[in-house]
Design a protein around this ligand. Structure first.
Ligand code: NAD
Ligand code: TYD
Length: 341
């Protein structure tokens, strides 16, 4: 049985990926290493806690002794989602971004090499390419031109992965995806902020003129793309993963309001983010051609599905917004596993 170590499995995409593997790949064992920062929520994975092929380990990817021990137990593939991910936070306080997104990646790479992990998958972002004008799309060969501390730290992580492949021949693949949306996204990112505010008739904060464009991909489609890179991606390659669903933020806000039958008067233009990238868009021809991956969920299907999920998970949303989810970890996990805090 192959073992996949998922780092950062209690965050938004990591949660969806762990659930995806456990639902569809009974031949795989999944170990989830997560530090449970503010963005990590153990309760997301409550339904698989007792699953025979699943194990959770609380820990930091910068903790070399712990990572070494875990990888020494036998890991075939390491998929690294663990990162600080919110651009606005990186502008206020970049230190944690450098620690987790750069030093963390380096620690994983050093240990993976020492413990002969067969394949290393680094989950990257399109934001490393910087900002586009009104036309064109980034390819895997576009220069890295990050514009904020988050994207700069992610670019540094990607470059370390590349260097370990070139220097040590490590079997490593980097994926770079556009903006994801779907279940379990933390309510500080645009879509869950828009949905949860609108649900409560609170203003929807749209940065600047609202004409910044993002390309949206439903998280399940991203999980399938990562799985294809994990199984069939070529060592040393980068794969862009785009949704083909470009939308200015103001249109996204309107779409969500229509879905919730709320008035457009809830939209409030607020001060822009400094260095706000104008447009992201990816050319995903490479992954489509080489790995036969295609997105399946259109925005027309994905947005209603996501809005419905948040409507049905208002308790989850409320807990995250109040910070109560940390209580779940303290009570439930420590009790279940007989651990001391
Ligand atoms: P998230 O913020 O929801 O979750 C991050 C997870 O990593 C959390 O569970 C957190 O506890 C964990 N973590 C953070 N630092 C850690 C550390 N030092 N050690 C162990 N665990 C740690 O993030 P997400 O949106 O799920 O993104 C996951 C990955 O995908 C990130 O690497 C991000 O850069 C990338 N990505 C995200 C998007 C997107 O739209 N969300 C798009 C492209 C790429
Ligand atoms: P976000 O979800 O933070 O992702 P990223 O910055 O990584 O693309 O933001 C998506 C877009 O929405 C981005 O252009 C910033 C904008 N935005 C708002 O207009 N209002 C908000 O409250 C947030 C969180 C983001």
């Amino acid at each position: 049985m192959r073992t996949v170590l998922v780092a950062g499995g209690c965050g938004f995409i990591g949660t969806n990926f762990v659930l995806h593997l456990l639902r569809t790949r009974p031949e795989l064992r999944v170990v989830n290493l997560d530090k449970l920062t503010y963005a990590g929520n153990l309760e997301n994975l409550a339904e698989v806690e007792g699953h025979p092929n699943y194990r959770f380990v609380k820990g930091d990817i910068c903790d070399e002794a712990l990572v070494d021990k875990l990888l020494g137990e036998g890991v075939d593939v390491l998929v690294n989602f663990a990162a600080e991910t919110h651009v606005d936070r990186s502008i206020k306080d970049p230190a944690e971004f450098i620690r987790s997104n750069v030093v963390g990646v380096q620690t994983l790479l050093v240990c993976a090499r020492k413990r002969n992990v067969r394949r290393f998958i680094q989950i990257g972002t399109d934001e490393v390419y910087g900002s586009l004008g009104p036309s064109g799309r980034f390819t895997e060969d576009s220069p890295l031109q990050p514009n904020n501390p988050y994207s700069a730290s992610k670019a540094a992580g990607d470059l370390l992965v590349r260097a370990f492949h070139k220097t040590h021949g490590m079997d490593a693949v980097i994926t770079r995806c556009t903006n994801n949306y779907g279940p379990f996204q933390f309510p500080e990112k645009a879509i869950p902020v828009f949905v949860s505010n609108a649900m409560q008739d609170r203003p929807i904060p749209v940065y600047g003129d609202g004409l910044h464009v993002r390309d949206w991909l439903y998280v399940e489609d991203h999980c399938r793309a990562i799985e294809s890179a994990m199984e069939r991606g070529r060592a040393g390659e980068v794969y862009n993963i785009g949704g083909g669903n470009e939308l200015p933020n103001i249109e996204l806000a309107r779409l969500i309001l229509r879905e919730l039958k709320k008035p457009e008067s809830l939209i409030q233009f607020v001060t822009d983010r400094p260095g706000h990238d104008r447009r992201y868009a990816l050319d995903s021809a490479k992954i489509q051609k080489e790995l036969n991956w295609r997105p399946r969920v259109t925005l027309a299907e994905g947005i209603p599905r996501t809005v419905r999920w948040y409507l049905e998970h208002q308790e989850w949303l409320g807990k995250l917004r109040s910070g109560d989810y940390l209580e779940y970890y303290r009570r439930h996990y420590h009790q279940t596993h007989g651990l001391k805090e």
